[in-house]
Ligand binder design. Sequence first.
Ligand code: EPU
Length: 347
Amino acid sequence: MRKSGLIDNGSLITDNVSLRRFNTFGIEANARHFAEITRLEDLRALLTSPVYGPMDKLVLGGGSNLLFTRDFDGLVLKINLPGIQTVREDDAHAWVRAGAGVNWHDLVVHCLDHDYAGIENLSLIWGTVGAAPMQNIGAYGVEIKDVFEELEAVRISDGSLRPFGHADCRFGYRESVFKHDLKGQYIITSVTLRLDKQPVFHTSYGAIADTLREMGANLSIRAISEAVCRIRTSKLPDPHQIGNAGSFFKNPEMDEAAFDRLRSQHPTVPHYPAPAGQVKVPAGWLIEQCGWKGKRVGNAGVHAQQALVLVNYGEATGAEIQRLSERVQASVAGKFGIALQAEVNVV
Ligand code: EPU
Protein backbone atom coordinates (compact mmCIF):
# COMPACT_ATOMS: atom_id res chain seq x y z
CA MET A 1 0.00 0.00 0.00
CA ARG A 2 1.41 3.42 -0.97
CA LYS A 3 0.06 6.85 -0.09
CA SER A 4 -0.20 9.00 -3.21
CA GLY A 5 -0.97 12.07 -1.16
CA LEU A 6 -3.73 14.37 0.01
CA ILE A 7 -5.82 16.01 -2.61
CA ASP A 8 -6.53 19.68 -2.08
CA ASN A 9 -9.81 19.07 -0.22
CA GLY A 10 -8.05 16.99 2.40
CA SER A 11 -9.38 13.53 1.47
CA LEU A 12 -6.75 10.90 1.56
CA ILE A 13 -6.30 8.77 -1.50
CA THR A 14 -4.29 5.58 -1.16
CA ASP A 15 -3.04 3.57 -4.14
CA ASN A 16 -3.12 -0.21 -4.51
CA VAL A 17 -5.21 -1.21 -1.55
CA SER A 18 -6.25 -4.79 -0.86
CA LEU A 19 -10.05 -5.01 -0.74
CA ARG A 20 -10.04 -8.29 1.14
CA ARG A 21 -11.07 -6.81 4.48
CA PHE A 22 -13.69 -4.65 2.79
CA ASN A 23 -15.83 -7.53 1.49
CA THR A 24 -17.53 -10.17 3.64
CA PHE A 25 -16.74 -12.88 1.07
CA GLY A 26 -13.09 -12.27 2.01
CA ILE A 27 -12.04 -12.22 -1.66
CA GLU A 28 -8.67 -10.74 -2.59
CA ALA A 29 -8.88 -7.89 -5.11
CA ASN A 30 -6.85 -4.75 -5.62
CA ALA A 31 -8.16 -1.18 -5.73
CA ARG A 32 -6.01 1.06 -7.96
CA HIS A 33 -7.09 4.07 -5.85
CA PHE A 34 -8.99 4.02 -2.57
CA ALA A 35 -10.56 6.67 -0.33
CA GLU A 36 -12.47 6.40 2.95
CA ILE A 37 -15.13 9.11 3.06
CA THR A 38 -16.15 10.50 6.43
CA ARG A 39 -17.29 13.98 5.33
CA LEU A 40 -19.86 14.86 2.68
CA GLU A 41 -17.80 17.82 1.47
CA ASP A 42 -14.82 15.52 0.79
CA LEU A 43 -17.00 13.25 -1.32
CA ARG A 44 -18.38 16.14 -3.34
CA ALA A 45 -14.94 17.64 -3.84
CA LEU A 46 -13.54 14.29 -4.99
CA LEU A 47 -16.34 13.77 -7.48
CA THR A 48 -15.67 17.17 -9.05
CA SER A 49 -11.87 16.94 -8.88
CA PRO A 50 -10.17 17.11 -12.31
CA VAL A 51 -7.99 14.10 -11.44
CA TYR A 52 -10.43 11.77 -9.64
CA GLY A 53 -13.75 13.02 -11.06
CA PRO A 54 -13.36 11.31 -14.45
CA MET A 55 -12.18 7.94 -13.06
CA ASP A 56 -14.36 4.83 -12.87
CA LYS A 57 -15.77 4.53 -9.38
CA LEU A 58 -16.89 1.73 -7.16
CA VAL A 59 -18.91 2.61 -4.07
CA LEU A 60 -18.46 0.38 -1.04
CA GLY A 61 -20.64 0.19 2.03
CA GLY A 62 -20.13 -2.84 4.25
CA GLY A 63 -19.11 -4.97 1.25
CA SER A 64 -21.65 -7.56 2.34
CA ASN A 65 -23.52 -7.97 -0.91
CA LEU A 66 -20.82 -8.17 -3.52
CA LEU A 67 -18.42 -10.58 -5.15
CA PHE A 68 -15.13 -9.34 -6.58
CA THR A 69 -14.06 -11.29 -9.66
CA ARG A 70 -11.35 -8.82 -10.73
CA ASP A 71 -9.17 -5.98 -9.55
CA PHE A 72 -10.72 -2.53 -9.73
CA ASP A 73 -8.71 -0.15 -11.87
CA GLY A 74 -10.44 3.07 -10.81
CA LEU A 75 -11.31 4.75 -7.51
CA VAL A 76 -12.98 2.81 -4.72
CA LEU A 77 -15.00 5.02 -2.37
CA LYS A 78 -15.57 3.45 1.04
CA ILE A 79 -18.48 5.40 2.49
CA ASN A 80 -18.03 5.93 6.23
CA LEU A 81 -20.33 8.95 6.71
CA PRO A 82 -21.30 8.78 10.40
CA GLY A 83 -24.11 9.98 12.67
CA ILE A 84 -27.57 9.01 13.95
CA GLN A 85 -30.08 11.74 14.88
CA THR A 86 -33.79 12.00 15.63
CA VAL A 87 -34.74 14.79 13.26
CA ARG A 88 -38.47 15.00 14.04
CA GLU A 89 -41.00 13.51 16.46
CA ASP A 90 -44.72 13.47 17.10
CA ASP A 91 -46.87 11.35 19.41
CA ALA A 92 -46.87 8.37 17.10
CA HIS A 93 -43.59 8.50 15.22
CA ALA A 94 -39.92 9.39 15.35
CA TRP A 95 -37.96 10.22 12.22
CA VAL A 96 -34.38 9.04 12.51
CA ARG A 97 -31.67 10.05 10.07
CA ALA A 98 -28.46 8.04 9.83
CA GLY A 99 -25.30 8.61 7.84
CA ALA A 100 -24.74 6.14 5.00
CA GLY A 101 -21.66 4.73 6.72
CA VAL A 102 -23.44 3.74 9.93
CA ASN A 103 -23.45 -0.01 10.49
CA TRP A 104 -27.03 -1.18 9.90
CA HIS A 105 -27.26 -3.26 13.06
CA ASP A 106 -25.94 -0.32 15.13
CA LEU A 107 -28.93 1.65 13.86
CA VAL A 108 -31.24 -1.22 14.88
CA VAL A 109 -29.73 -1.20 18.38
CA HIS A 110 -30.07 2.60 18.57
CA CYS A 111 -33.78 2.25 17.74
CA LEU A 112 -34.27 -0.52 20.33
CA ASP A 113 -32.57 1.68 22.95
CA HIS A 114 -35.00 4.52 22.15
CA ASP A 115 -38.08 2.25 21.92
CA TYR A 116 -38.53 3.09 18.26
CA ALA A 117 -40.21 0.16 16.52
CA GLY A 118 -40.05 -0.92 12.90
CA ILE A 119 -36.65 -2.38 12.12
CA GLU A 120 -36.27 -5.01 14.88
CA ASN A 121 -37.01 -7.77 12.33
CA LEU A 122 -34.05 -6.47 10.33
CA SER A 123 -31.60 -7.18 13.15
CA LEU A 124 -28.11 -8.43 12.38
CA ILE A 125 -28.21 -7.74 8.65
CA TRP A 126 -24.62 -6.97 7.74
CA GLY A 127 -23.75 -3.89 5.81
CA THR A 128 -24.31 -0.18 6.10
CA VAL A 129 -27.29 2.14 6.22
CA GLY A 130 -26.41 3.56 2.79
CA ALA A 131 -26.55 0.16 1.13
CA ALA A 132 -29.86 -0.79 2.75
CA PRO A 133 -32.30 1.06 0.42
CA MET A 134 -30.21 0.19 -2.63
CA GLN A 135 -31.48 -3.40 -2.48
CA ASN A 136 -34.47 -2.78 -0.18
CA ILE A 137 -33.08 -5.09 2.51
CA GLY A 138 -35.63 -7.42 4.00
CA ALA A 139 -36.02 -10.26 6.46
CA TYR A 140 -38.71 -12.00 8.48
CA GLY A 141 -41.63 -10.22 6.91
CA VAL A 142 -40.27 -6.65 6.94
CA GLU A 143 -38.42 -4.60 4.33
CA ILE A 144 -36.76 -1.21 4.72
CA LYS A 145 -39.39 0.24 2.37
CA ASP A 146 -41.96 -0.27 5.17
CA VAL A 147 -40.28 2.39 7.34
CA PHE A 148 -38.49 4.43 4.70
CA GLU A 149 -39.10 8.19 4.67
CA GLU A 150 -36.39 9.65 2.43
CA LEU A 151 -32.74 9.58 1.54
CA GLU A 152 -30.14 11.98 0.27
CA ALA A 153 -27.73 11.06 -2.47
CA VAL A 154 -24.91 12.74 -4.33
CA ARG A 155 -24.83 12.59 -8.11
CA ILE A 156 -21.55 11.05 -9.20
CA SER A 157 -21.30 13.11 -12.39
CA ASP A 158 -21.33 16.54 -10.72
CA GLY A 159 -21.41 16.17 -6.91
CA SER A 160 -24.89 17.68 -6.57
CA LEU A 161 -27.05 16.59 -3.65
CA ARG A 162 -30.60 15.35 -4.20
CA PRO A 163 -33.36 14.08 -1.90
CA PHE A 164 -35.30 10.95 -2.88
CA GLY A 165 -38.76 10.27 -1.45
CA HIS A 166 -40.38 6.84 -1.18
CA ALA A 167 -41.89 6.83 -4.67
CA ASP A 168 -38.64 8.06 -6.24
CA CYS A 169 -36.83 4.95 -4.98
CA ARG A 170 -39.20 2.51 -6.75
CA PHE A 171 -38.68 -0.24 -4.21
CA GLY A 172 -39.35 -3.88 -5.08
CA TYR A 173 -38.17 -7.24 -3.77
CA ARG A 174 -34.43 -6.63 -3.28
CA GLU A 175 -34.78 -3.84 -5.84
CA SER A 176 -34.73 -0.07 -6.15
CA VAL A 177 -34.20 2.54 -8.84
CA PHE A 178 -30.51 2.58 -7.82
CA LYS A 179 -30.06 -0.90 -9.27
CA HIS A 180 -31.85 0.00 -12.52
CA ASP A 181 -32.45 3.39 -14.17
CA LEU A 182 -30.06 5.20 -11.82
CA LYS A 183 -27.48 2.43 -11.53
CA GLY A 184 -24.00 3.82 -10.97
CA GLN A 185 -25.27 7.40 -10.94
CA TYR A 186 -25.78 8.25 -7.25
CA ILE A 187 -24.07 7.66 -3.92
CA ILE A 188 -26.48 7.49 -0.99
CA THR A 189 -25.20 9.70 1.83
CA SER A 190 -27.96 9.54 4.46
CA VAL A 191 -31.24 7.73 5.05
CA THR A 192 -34.24 8.84 7.15
CA LEU A 193 -36.66 6.27 8.57
CA ARG A 194 -40.07 6.83 10.13
CA LEU A 195 -40.34 4.61 13.19
CA ASP A 196 -43.32 3.80 15.40
CA LYS A 197 -43.57 4.76 19.05
CA GLN A 198 -46.37 2.19 19.47
CA PRO A 199 -44.95 -1.04 18.12
CA VAL A 200 -46.66 -3.20 15.51
CA PHE A 201 -45.20 -6.67 15.96
CA HIS A 202 -44.37 -8.86 12.95
CA THR A 203 -44.03 -12.40 14.24
CA SER A 204 -45.76 -14.53 11.63
CA TYR A 205 -42.73 -15.24 9.44
CA GLY A 206 -40.94 -18.56 9.70
CA ALA A 207 -39.42 -19.48 13.03
CA ILE A 208 -39.97 -16.18 14.88
CA ALA A 209 -43.04 -17.23 16.89
CA ASP A 210 -41.46 -20.60 17.84
CA THR A 211 -38.19 -18.95 18.84
CA LEU A 212 -40.03 -16.38 20.99
CA ARG A 213 -41.85 -19.23 22.72
CA GLU A 214 -38.58 -21.07 23.35
CA MET A 215 -37.11 -17.87 24.79
CA GLY A 216 -40.11 -17.53 27.11
CA ALA A 217 -39.87 -13.75 26.66
CA ASN A 218 -42.72 -11.25 26.72
CA LEU A 219 -43.47 -9.87 23.28
CA SER A 220 -41.47 -6.70 22.69
CA ILE A 221 -39.28 -5.24 19.96
CA ARG A 222 -36.24 -6.31 21.97
CA ALA A 223 -37.48 -9.90 22.18
CA ILE A 224 -38.17 -9.97 18.43
CA SER A 225 -34.70 -8.63 17.75
CA GLU A 226 -33.19 -11.29 19.99
CA ALA A 227 -35.23 -14.03 18.25
CA VAL A 228 -34.13 -12.81 14.81
CA CYS A 229 -30.49 -12.72 15.96
CA ARG A 230 -30.78 -16.32 17.18
CA ILE A 231 -32.34 -17.53 13.93
CA ARG A 232 -29.83 -15.70 11.76
CA THR A 233 -26.80 -16.90 13.70
CA SER A 234 -28.03 -20.49 13.50
CA LYS A 235 -28.49 -20.41 9.71
CA LEU A 236 -26.12 -17.83 8.29
CA PRO A 237 -22.36 -18.28 8.60
CA ASP A 238 -20.44 -15.53 10.41
CA PRO A 239 -18.33 -13.81 7.74
CA HIS A 240 -15.51 -13.37 10.26
CA GLN A 241 -15.23 -17.14 10.31
CA ILE A 242 -16.31 -18.11 6.83
CA GLY A 243 -16.58 -15.68 3.95
CA ASN A 244 -20.04 -15.20 2.44
CA ALA A 245 -22.50 -12.53 1.35
CA GLY A 246 -25.77 -13.86 2.76
CA SER A 247 -28.26 -15.06 0.17
CA PHE A 248 -26.42 -15.39 -3.12
CA PHE A 249 -29.60 -15.67 -5.22
CA LYS A 250 -33.03 -14.08 -5.12
CA ASN A 251 -36.04 -16.25 -4.43
CA PRO A 252 -37.72 -16.67 -7.84
CA GLU A 253 -41.23 -15.36 -8.39
CA MET A 254 -43.64 -16.77 -10.96
CA ASP A 255 -47.27 -16.47 -11.99
CA GLU A 256 -49.95 -18.93 -10.80
CA ALA A 257 -49.90 -20.96 -14.00
CA ALA A 258 -46.14 -21.48 -13.87
CA PHE A 259 -46.37 -22.34 -10.19
CA ASP A 260 -49.15 -24.89 -10.81
CA ARG A 261 -46.97 -26.59 -13.42
CA LEU A 262 -44.07 -26.67 -10.94
CA ARG A 263 -46.24 -28.04 -8.15
CA SER A 264 -47.75 -30.76 -10.34
CA GLN A 265 -44.24 -32.16 -10.77
CA HIS A 266 -42.95 -31.34 -7.27
CA PRO A 267 -45.93 -31.45 -4.89
CA THR A 268 -43.90 -30.57 -1.76
CA VAL A 269 -42.49 -27.28 -3.10
CA PRO A 270 -42.72 -24.56 -0.40
CA HIS A 271 -44.21 -21.28 -1.58
CA TYR A 272 -45.32 -17.85 -0.43
CA PRO A 273 -47.62 -15.22 -1.89
CA ALA A 274 -45.75 -12.35 -3.59
CA PRO A 275 -47.07 -8.97 -4.81
CA ALA A 276 -49.21 -8.76 -7.94
CA GLY A 277 -50.55 -12.31 -7.62
CA GLN A 278 -47.11 -13.84 -8.08
CA VAL A 279 -45.90 -16.87 -6.13
CA LYS A 280 -42.45 -16.90 -4.52
CA VAL A 281 -40.50 -20.14 -4.20
CA PRO A 282 -37.48 -20.41 -1.87
CA ALA A 283 -34.32 -20.76 -3.94
CA GLY A 284 -32.72 -22.54 -0.96
CA TRP A 285 -35.21 -25.39 -1.39
CA LEU A 286 -34.61 -25.63 -5.15
CA ILE A 287 -30.85 -25.73 -4.59
CA GLU A 288 -31.15 -28.31 -1.82
CA GLN A 289 -33.32 -30.54 -4.06
CA CYS A 290 -30.53 -30.47 -6.63
CA GLY A 291 -28.20 -31.99 -4.05
CA TRP A 292 -25.98 -28.94 -3.56
CA LYS A 293 -26.56 -28.25 0.14
CA GLY A 294 -23.31 -28.65 2.08
CA LYS A 295 -21.30 -29.44 -1.10
CA ARG A 296 -17.77 -28.12 -1.48
CA VAL A 297 -15.91 -27.52 -4.76
CA GLY A 298 -12.31 -26.56 -4.12
CA ASN A 299 -12.34 -23.47 -1.92
CA ALA A 300 -15.99 -22.61 -2.58
CA GLY A 301 -19.11 -24.23 -1.24
CA VAL A 302 -22.85 -24.24 -0.61
CA HIS A 303 -23.56 -23.65 3.08
CA ALA A 304 -24.75 -26.71 5.01
CA GLN A 305 -27.42 -24.86 7.03
CA GLN A 306 -28.85 -22.68 4.25
CA ALA A 307 -28.40 -23.65 0.61
CA LEU A 308 -29.01 -20.10 -0.59
CA VAL A 309 -25.65 -19.02 0.83
CA LEU A 310 -22.39 -19.64 -1.04
CA VAL A 311 -19.23 -19.63 1.06
CA ASN A 312 -15.50 -19.07 0.71
CA TYR A 313 -13.63 -21.71 2.69
CA GLY A 314 -10.59 -19.45 2.87
CA GLU A 315 -8.68 -18.90 -0.32
CA ALA A 316 -11.40 -18.92 -2.97
CA THR A 317 -11.15 -16.45 -5.81
CA GLY A 318 -14.21 -14.56 -6.94
CA ALA A 319 -14.08 -16.51 -10.20
CA GLU A 320 -14.28 -19.79 -8.26
CA ILE A 321 -17.38 -18.63 -6.39
CA GLN A 322 -18.88 -17.40 -9.62
CA ARG A 323 -18.24 -20.74 -11.36
CA LEU A 324 -19.94 -22.54 -8.49
CA SER A 325 -22.89 -20.16 -8.71
CA GLU A 326 -23.20 -20.92 -12.43
CA ARG A 327 -23.18 -24.68 -11.76
CA VAL A 328 -25.92 -24.22 -9.15
CA GLN A 329 -27.95 -22.12 -11.62
CA ALA A 330 -27.50 -24.78 -14.32
CA SER A 331 -28.72 -27.54 -11.97
CA VAL A 332 -31.81 -25.58 -10.92
CA ALA A 333 -32.57 -24.68 -14.54
CA GLY A 334 -32.13 -28.32 -15.58
CA LYS A 335 -34.31 -29.81 -12.83
CA PHE A 336 -36.99 -27.14 -12.45
CA GLY A 337 -36.76 -24.94 -15.56
CA ILE A 338 -36.20 -21.90 -13.29
CA ALA A 339 -33.48 -19.31 -13.93
CA LEU A 340 -32.07 -18.19 -10.57
CA GLN A 341 -30.89 -14.60 -10.50
CA ALA A 342 -27.93 -13.52 -8.41
CA GLU A 343 -28.85 -11.25 -5.51
CA VAL A 344 -25.21 -10.39 -4.89
CA ASN A 345 -23.57 -7.77 -7.11
CA VAL A 346 -20.77 -9.28 -9.15
CA VAL A 347 -17.93 -6.81 -9.81
N1 EPU B 1 -35.16 -23.82 2.41
C1 EPU B 1 -34.77 -25.11 2.15
N2 EPU B 1 -33.43 -25.40 2.20
C2 EPU B 1 -32.49 -24.49 2.50
C3 EPU B 1 -32.89 -23.16 2.76
C4 EPU B 1 -34.24 -22.84 2.72
O1 EPU B 1 -35.58 -25.98 1.88
O2 EPU B 1 -31.31 -24.84 2.53
C5 EPU B 1 -36.60 -23.48 2.35
C6 EPU B 1 -37.38 -23.91 3.58
O3 EPU B 1 -38.66 -24.29 3.13
C7 EPU B 1 -37.48 -22.62 4.37
C8 EPU B 1 -37.61 -21.61 3.27
O4 EPU B 1 -36.75 -22.09 2.25
O5 EPU B 1 -38.60 -22.62 5.20
C9 EPU B 1 -37.23 -20.18 3.66
O6 EPU B 1 -35.92 -20.18 4.21
P1 EPU B 1 -35.41 -18.92 5.08
O7 EPU B 1 -36.42 -18.55 6.08
O8 EPU B 1 -34.04 -19.24 5.55
O9 EPU B 1 -35.42 -17.74 4.06
P2 EPU B 1 -34.94 -17.57 2.56
O10 EPU B 1 -36.15 -17.38 1.71
O11 EPU B 1 -34.00 -18.66 2.16
C10 EPU B 1 -34.90 -14.97 2.67
C11 EPU B 1 -33.95 -13.85 2.43
C12 EPU B 1 -32.94 -13.73 3.57
C13 EPU B 1 -33.73 -13.47 4.85
C14 EPU B 1 -34.70 -14.63 5.07
C15 EPU B 1 -35.61 -14.41 6.24
C16 EPU B 1 -33.79 -13.64 0.03
C17 EPU B 1 -32.93 -13.78 -1.17
N3 EPU B 1 -33.26 -14.04 1.16
O12 EPU B 1 -34.16 -16.18 2.65
O13 EPU B 1 -32.13 -12.60 3.31
O14 EPU B 1 -32.86 -13.37 5.95
O15 EPU B 1 -35.56 -14.77 3.91
O16 EPU B 1 -36.53 -13.41 5.93
O17 EPU B 1 -34.91 -13.16 -0.07
C18 EPU B 1 -30.08 -11.92 2.31
O18 EPU B 1 -30.78 -11.26 1.52
O19 EPU B 1 -28.83 -11.93 2.23
C19 EPU B 1 -30.75 -12.72 3.31
C20 EPU B 1 -30.07 -13.49 4.17
